[in-house]
Ligand binder design. Structure first.
Ligand code: TEU
Ligand code: CA
Length: 557
């Protein structure tokens, strides 16, 4: 079936994690004025849309994913005037801005929660999820995503509140129509400012099974909330209401972050009739290297294998076709760096493998996301001790698995952090070879990756063979070849141990793509009998019948 054409299917999105992007005032923390200063860099890269990780007022327990005022800007990041200036400057350069909407939970410092916690009879009590304990224990066995029970006891009212993430991220009660009204109002506030869309944080978890049953036990000693919170009973009803009340009144890009979502569910969230969201952001392929049953299994030294990643991505490509739209990403602020995870960050292979991964992903069907620094081939960093870590997930996991349960030694946990900690993605953007990578004139809130003198934007922007200019080329190709946006997807060579290959078909043309995921030269007959135009490759010359180490090629026939 022919895909319906929309601007957000044709766009390339660039995700900014404001805290780590550019510090304009020297306090060590990235800010809105810093982003505005760097817009020309993004315009040069050629992206269409910026997704801003949260910039609202927040005590920063989870770097802005814990919001205390949805209508104010985080003090560290600037003022509302700075935001208005950023939005205007972006629009003037043809770049749209999508906001992060975090409404599964608020900060415990949000006025709603402060009121809610005051007493059982507070008019705001029902904005959150309060329950009695069971025999001095939490209401059920659910484990928080950030370690420990998902319930926090509150002395003054002798009840527990639910927090699927940190204790400072209290889950909103979406069963309460007043909560939903509040959310729709704040969304309207931002839409009326002229923003271009929303990325919706853990939107798959807003509806909870109201029986609150115990979940299946995990090896950590807690229960799994997923069967009762992921794509819960009323989630589609809520999203359709949100769509009717807000989304349908504007021309927005909407993407639902949907950890744990199945293909069948994804087809409902991103239904092509537009009654819910534009697309979902799923996690299966980025979790292909992790144990997925429990938190402790997340902390692994494992790497994803081509075989699994390919099977997962091909499944999403083929099964959503014509029914729902894909998001394409390797990197974001919750993942270790893609080149270190799926590619090879050794100096001799880093650029080749970064370009190979970019080719592999950007020529699929869906809207591609680039996470800041990915376009430079930025890599994972090294954590020498817990003092190098900032992320609440890492700090809590250390406490639970190293200190309390002694399931992992400190050395092993640090090695796991090097492999998959979220802070790998949160080291400052590497702008140039000057102190602190040109990110700040002060002391950065998290250490700069020591490899910045070799890997930075200044070195790459003018080098035609850089990773940056390769991404630039891929983005430009998407803008000029409708086959890349709308072509159907056909998996090829699905049993090949080294090569990820596929074809795209559109209006009588075929685009063949083949990517060698290994550092060996490997047989690949795909191009031998074909003549056409090479759209892109990370090698200048090819060997017939073979792909060279990490070689990627795309041929339009
Ligand atoms: O993430 C939700 C989520 O389910 C995961 O990405 C989770 O953070 C990860 O598995 C932990 O390793 C979103 C945001 O992207 C993340 O930054 C926030 O911490 C989280 O929600 C809570 O708001
Ligand atoms: Ca700053």
């Amino acid at each position: 079936m022919e895909e319906k054409h929309t601007w957000w299917k044709e766009a390339v999105i660039y995700q900014i994690y404001p805290r780590s992007f550019m510090d304009a005032n020297g306090d060590g923390i990235g800010d809105l004025r810093g982003i505005t200063q760097r817009l020309p860099y993004l315009a040069r890269l050629g992206i269409d849309v910026i997704w801003l990780s949260p910039i609202y007022a927040s005590p920063n327990d989870d770097n802005g994913y814990d919001i205390s005022d949805y209508r104010a800007i985080m003090r560290d990041f600037g003022t509302m005037a700075d935001f208005d200036a950023l939005l205007a400057a972006a629009h003037a350069q043809g770049i749209k801005i999508v906001m992060d909407l975090v409404v599964n939970h608020t900060s415990d410092e949000h006025p709603w929660f402060i009121e809610s916690r005051k007493s059982r009879t507070s008019p705001y009590r029902d904005y959150y999820i309060w329950r009695d304990g069971k025999d001095g224990q939490p209401p059920n066995n659910w484990e928080s995503c950030f370690s420990g029970s998902a319930w926090q006891y509150d002395d003054s009212s002798d009840q527990y509140y639910l927090h699927l993430f940190s204790q400072k991220q209290a889950d909103l009660n979406w069963e309460n129509p007043r909560v939903r009204d509040e959310v729709y109002d704040l969304m309207t506030f931002w839409c009326d400012k002229g923003i271009d869309g929303f990325r919706m944080d853990v939107i798959s978890m807003i509806s909870k099974d109201q029986r609150f049953p115990d979940g299946p036990m995990k090896p950590d000693g807690y229960g799994d909330f997923s069967p009762y919170c992921i794509s819960g009973p009323r989630v589609h009803e809520f999203l359709q209401e949100m769509n009717e009340r807000v989304l349908s009144h504007y021309d927005l890009l909407t993407v639902g972050e949907a950890a744990g979502v199945t293909i069948d569910e994804a087809k409902k969230y991103a239904r092509s009739d537009g009654r819910e969201l534009g697309m979902v952001f799923q996690f299966e392929h980025v979790e292909a290297g992790n144990g997925r049953g429990s938190l402790v299994e997340k902390w692994t030294l494992g790497k994803p294998q081509l075989k699994n990643v390919r099977a997962i991505l091909n499944k999403w490509q083929t099964e959503l076709a014509g029914q729902a739209w894909n998001s394409l990403y390797w990197d974001n602020h919750d993942q270790p760096r893609a080149v270190s995870t799926f590619g090879n960050d050794a100096p001799e292979w880093r650029e080749l493998s970064a370009k190979m991964l970019a080719t592999c992903l950007h020529l699929m069907q869906g809207t591609p996301y680039i996470y800041q620094g990915e376009e430079l081939g930025m890599t994972n960093t090294h954590f020498r001790s817990l003092a190098d870590c900032r992320d609440v997930e890492e700090l809590n996991a250390w406490h639970q698995f190293v200190e309390e349960q002694k399931k992992l030694s400190p050395e092993t946990m640090l090695a796991c952090f090097d492999n998959i900690a979220r802070d790998n993605a949160r080291t400052p953007m590497q702008w140039d070879a000057s102190a602190n990578a040109g990110f700040t004139a002060g002391t950065p809130w998290i250490a700069v990756n020591p490899n910045y003198p070799a890997i930075n934007a200044a070195a790459e922007v003018n080098d035609p063979d850089s990773v940056f200019n390769y991404y630039r080329q891929l983005i430009a190709l998407r803008h000029t070849h409708a086959i890349i946006v709308y072509g159907t997807f056909e998996p090829l060579l699905t049993d090949d141990p080294a090569v990820y290959a596929y074809a795209r078909h559109y209006e009588g043309q075929t685009l063949y793509v083949a990517c060698n995921w290994t550092q060996d030269t490997v047989p690949c007959p795909l191009f031998d009998d074909k003549a056409g135009t090479e759209l892109i490759s990370n090698y200048k010359t090819h060997e017939s019948g073979y792909l060279q180490p990490y070689e990627a090629r795309a041929l339009l026939v």
